[in-house]
Design a protein. Structure first.
Length: 227
């Protein structure tokens, strides 16, 4: 599959006709990153937008020497747009690969030109960005108001909704998760995550096999989190 066909797979570009896609494809730079590679850091000046062709990315911030994972992004997602849309152009968070990843990179000048020429792309990116801001606000409220168990369960539900794959016996979160990663996503410590995960397995709400989490009863899990 060539770059033209791969770029068409991104939902932001699927409406473009072949002529526009052919003009746009050469603007993207393909980069490959090993697992654990930092792509950029919070407060750095940013002039690139990233589209995930394959792999997984953590978007995170550091708060008082503690890492807080804001989101996990996968194939078809984009990130890095905030610094390009703001006049200050500083990264609002850091990005790191959690498995080997291939990204398409678009420079700011080309990104702005693309938005000016294709209003529908602007709208789709705006919708996604606003959705992320809403989820970030929800995360802040969760960290502020909810107990640790509820935060962990809601983190699992968010991951299930964003990255879940339906199976015959439940919904599988489609990548491996360590207890430390879940702790960093839910603002707690690894020991608390371990205790809660064992309780959820004992209650037959989830099943864990080789760090892969299968949600057995999504509705009951939502109820346990007050949703």
């Amino acid at each position: 599959m060539n770059d033209f066909e791969l770029i068409r797979r991104f939902p932001y570009f699927e409406h473009l006709d072949p002529v526009d896609l052919a003009k746009m494809a050469p603007l993207f730079i393909t980069r490959e990153y090993d697992k654990g590679t930092t792509i950029f850091l919070e407060e750095e000046v940013g002039d690139e937008l990233y589209l995930i062709q394959s792999g997984l990315i953590h978007i995170y911030r550091n708060d008082e020497n503690r890492e807080i994972i804001l989101s996990v992004l996968s194939e078809g997602d984009f990130f890095g747009e905030m610094a390009l849309l703001e006049s200050v152009q500083l990264r609002s968070a850091s990005a790191r690969t959690i498995e080997k990843s291939t990204l398409y990179v678009l420079k700011r000048r080309d990104f702005i030109g693309l938005l000016q020429q294709n209003p529908l792309i602007s709208l789709k990116i705006l919708e996604t960005t606003l959705g992320r801001l809403r989820k970030a606000n929800e995360l802040i409220m969760d960290l502020t108001l909810l107990d640790a168990r509820t935060r962990i369960v809601r983190t699992l539900l968010r991951l299930m909704e964003q990255h879940g794959t339906p199976k015959s016996d439940g919904i599988l979160i489609a990548f491996k998760l360590t207890h430390q990663q879940l702790a960093d996503m839910s603002g707690t410590v690894r020991e608390t995550v371990t205790k809660v995960m064992l309780d959820l397995q004992y209650s037959e709400l989830i099943q864990v096999d080789k760090k892969m989490i299968l949600v057995l009863a999504p509705d009951k899990l939502r109820q346990s989190a007050g949703m």
